[in-house]
Design a protein around this ligand. Structure first.
Ligand code: MGD
Ligand code: MGD
Ligand code: SF4
Ligand code: MO
Length: 703
């Protein structure tokens, strides 16, 4: 490899899907060479970065960084440093032995949405070609899978945002349902602010008065898990007040008469009883939404991470279609994908049922095309496998995975019912993890491989808008870590299943061919074009095609070009409060920390900003519990318990508490969450379960 570039290199942030552009400039500080991070001009962040992006380079030379493979011969032994050959041999052997004993699907791969397109593509190919296993899925299943399933059913395509982020500033009305960009994508708030300066109105649906809600014009504060009823209630009002766009419905949609009949049941008083949102607030919201056709409905995890998340997303899409929004300028429905490459991960094969280009693994024509690119017989490709939580739940059991490779995910902290997942991981015959640090998942492994980081790599990422971007190498990796691409190529060789390339550019060229003709068509995207054009929006079927910043102006991606309404009905959350567990727990993010916290819990600037988690409790509820600001609260659900400090705030509903999931140990909030799954998307119910609360120190039952 050539030495590190002496000049600043412009790349994108390692964290969320906004993928802010940043320049990394080598600089000497007292202790040695470091990279200085500055925001770079780009159409999405316009030079802005949040504190996570700004502090991201701290992790490049972090003392905790893994620099050598770790192995152990028994789980009760400590790790010892090992050479790459021994570690990779152990992994190939672990995977092979499991397959010999229990069949091909007994070896599995669990991936992450932080992986580049090239890594995601190669991991998908590795599972299907090198392992011939159906057992592959990824943490994106826990993220936007409900919205993806809904968009595919309604529009025939799942691209998180069907328009560029900058269009937000041109909308007259924006509704955000279960999305808190003020904390999770701070630089994106500039677009909202610009809209507001033009007089735009913002409506937020969130059980908490978040920073995003505080800045809005209308805040609806429903009981967690009732968004579907709220959307149907708003549609009921739109019909009653003749606010629906009948011409648009006639020209561009199918299924309206049945839906129109179905929402008759959602009269305002009933919806108020279900959701806790007062009728006048609903009336105000629908008037604001229907005041202009330049209205956007944006969905986040708050609406989607439910056992009815895909139906809930469909309910909001129904409302958007009835108001005539999708395909109109500065209007429509979108989901805000979360991880750096959550979008690309689901397009290129990390998902159990997908092949590159958003092709379906169950589709014979898709199998034939991709098998052709891979040089294998379509018959050899496995069938679709099970979803992320189902795979984790069955680890080590008959018919389940016995040897697992985890890449770029920390499921021991981030999966629902996490104590059970950790127990399943420990029951495996063999576990290997590739990571930058010894994550809580890596701590359970037989073999851990150190991986290179974003600033040390080339590749592509697909951001929240569907814009394909370039990740550019700005510095050399330390001696020791290797790229996931190199690991996959080496393992494929050891398994005797063909030659896998580890050069990201070569892999991208293959990805272009594999995606050609698919829904997420990257055939016309080249690294040169990305550099020259500030990214390229898919679909982009040929090099002379401009790419597609905006979808749906002329039609939807369905066979008849029309969008589909779906009749969807409210149902209760999988778990409701009762005498034993009287409150609701919802979970999500805080501003300074990222995901399972592997990275941000090691970043000094972020720990200074937020040294520990807190559970948000309404003062009325806190008084009843006898807990004060900063006091310890014990949270218990049917699955487990956690102990967190209480933060008293009137921003949260008095019947609900909120806690972040970024922490481990006795602050692992996912030890409490409910793994009830959505029947279509297989999304777990992260956003609501029943919880008992007690001031810590008090005995159980003394409530
Ligand atoms: N700081 C930070 N930023 C991040 C991340 C991070 O970990 N930290 N992660 C990235 C990723 S992967 C993702 S997916 C995005 C997520 O971005 P968001 O979806 O915005 O984040 P969340 O905090 O999970 O959930 C959003 C809101 O949903 C609300 N909510 C809870 N239950 C319900 C409900 O039943 N209905 C409604 N309407 N709202 C509800 C919560 O109060 C919360 O304010 O953020 C990305 N950006
Ligand atoms: N209770 C609750 N739980 C949730 C959610 C919630 O809202 N509430 N949200 C869910 C959502 S939306 C998501 S996206 C998941 C995320 O949950 P996780 O999958 O656990 O996400 P991360 O913490 O980002 O894990 C990524 C890991 O990979 C490492 N890593 C980063 N880049 C690379 C790379 O290129 N290669 C390799 N090999 N490793 C790398 C990081 O150090 C880190 O340990 O959590 C889900 N869990
Ligand atoms: S908003 Fe997201 S992409 Fe931008 S700097 Fe922060 S974490 Fe990075
Ligand atoms: Mo996510």
């Amino acid at each position: 490899m050539a030495g590190p570039p002496a000049q600043g290199v412009t790349t994108h942030c390692p964290y969320c899907s906004l993928q802010c552009a940043m320049t990394l400039t080598p600089r000497e500080d007292g202790a040695g060479p470091v990279l200085e991070v500055t925001g770079a001009a780009f159409p999405t962040n316009r030079g802005g970065l949040c504190e996570k992006g700004l502090s991201s380079a701290e992790l490049l030379a972090h003392p905790d960084r893994l620099t050598t493979p770790l192995v152990r011969d028994a789980r009760d032994e400590p790790f010892r440093a090992a050479g790459w050959d021994e570690a990779l041999h152990r992994i190939a052997d672990g995977l092979t032995v499991a397959q010999e004993r229990h069949g091909p699907d007994a070896a599995g791969l669990f991936g992450g949405g932080g992986m580049t397109n090239e890594k995601a593509y190669q991991a998908g190919k590795f599972a299907r070609v090198a392992l011939r296993s159906a057992s592959i899925d990824y943490n994106g299943r826990f993220c936007m899978s409900s919205a993806a399933a809904a968009a595919t059913r309604a529009f025939g395509i799942d691209r998180g945002m069907p328009f560029p982020l900058a269009d937000l500033a041109r909308a007259d009305t924006v509704l955000l349902v279960g999305s808190n960009p003020a904390d999770v994508m701070p630089p994106a708030m500039r677009w909202f602010a610009e809209g507001r300066e033009r007089g735009a109105q913002h409506v937020v649906v969130d059980p908490r008065r978040t920073a995003t809600a505080a800045a809005s014009d209308v805040h609806l504060q429903p009981v967690p898990g009732t968004d579907l009823a709220l959307a149907n209630g708003l549609l009921h009002l739109a019909v009653r007040h003749r606010l629906v766009d009948t011409a648009y419905i006639a020209e561009r949609t199918t299924g309206w008469p049945a839906l129109r009949r179905a929402v008759r049941q959602y009269w305002p008083d009933r919806v108020e009883r279900i959701t806790g949102v007062p009728v006048p607030a609903m009336e105000r919201a629908i008037r604001v939404l229907a005041a202009s056709r330049a209205t956007m409905i944006l969905s986040g995890r708050g609406a989607e991470q439910h056992a009815k998340g895909s139906d809930t997303a469909l309910a909001w899409i129904n409302l958007a279609l009835a108001l005539g929004l999708p395909g109109r300028p500065h209007a429509g429905w979108a989901t805000m994908t979360g991880q750096g490459n959550g979008q690309g991960g689901r397009e290129h094969g990390l998902k159990a049922d997908q092949l590159p280009g958003y092709r379906r693994l169950a589709d014979p024509a898709a199998r034939a095309h991709v098998a052709g690119v891979w040089g294998v017989d379509p018959e050899e490709l496995p069938a679709p496998g099970v979803s992320a939580y189902e795979m984790l739940d069955r680890l080590g059991t008959a018919g389940g995975v016995r040897a697992l490779l985890v890449m770029a995910s920390n499921v021991a902290v981030s999966a629902p019912h996490a104590a059970h997942v950790r127990e399943r991981l420990q029951s495996l015959d063999f576990l290997a993890v590739t990571d930058i640090f010894l994550s809580e998942t890596a701590e359970l492994a037989d073999v851990v491989l150190p991986t290179t980081q974003w600033a040390e790599e080339n590749g592509t990422m697909t951001n929240v808008e569907g814009r394909v971007l370039r990740r550019r190498r700005a510095t050399d990796a330390p001696d020791g870590p290797r790229s996931d691409l190199t690991v996959l190529a080496d393992l494929a060789g050891r398994l005797g299943r063909g030659t896998f390339d580890d050069d990201p550019r070569t892999v991208f060229e293959e990805l272009r061919r594999a995606s050609a003709g698919g829904t997420a068509d990257y055939a016309g995207v080249t690294w040169e074009r990305i550099d020259a054009e500030d990214g390229v929006f898919w679909p982009c079927p040929s090099t002379d095609h401009d790419g597609t910043p905006r979808l749906f102006a002329d039609g939807f991606a369905t066979p008849d070009g029309r969008a589909r309404f779906h009749v969807v009905h409210h149902r209760d959350a999988a778990e409701l409060p009762d005498d034993e567990y009287p409150y609701r727990l919802t979970t999500g993010r805080s501003r300074a920390h990222y995901q399972s916290g592997t990275q941000t819990r090691r970043t000094k600037a972020l720990l200074d900003a937020e040294p520990e988690p807190a559970v948000e409790v309404h003062p009325d509820l806190a008084a009843r519990l006898g807990v004060g600001e900063g006091g310890d609260l014990l949270l218990r659900t049917r699955r487990g318990s956690a102990r967190l400090r209480a933060h008293l705030t009137t921003d949260v509903r008095p019947d609900t508490v909120f806690a972040p999931f970024h922490w481990a140990g006795e602050q692992t909030i996912n030890d409490l969450t409910n793994p009830a799954l959505d029947p279509v998307s297989r999304m777990p119910e992260f956003k609501v379960c029943a919880v008992a609360l007690e001031a810590a120190g008090q005995r159980e039952g003394s409530r």
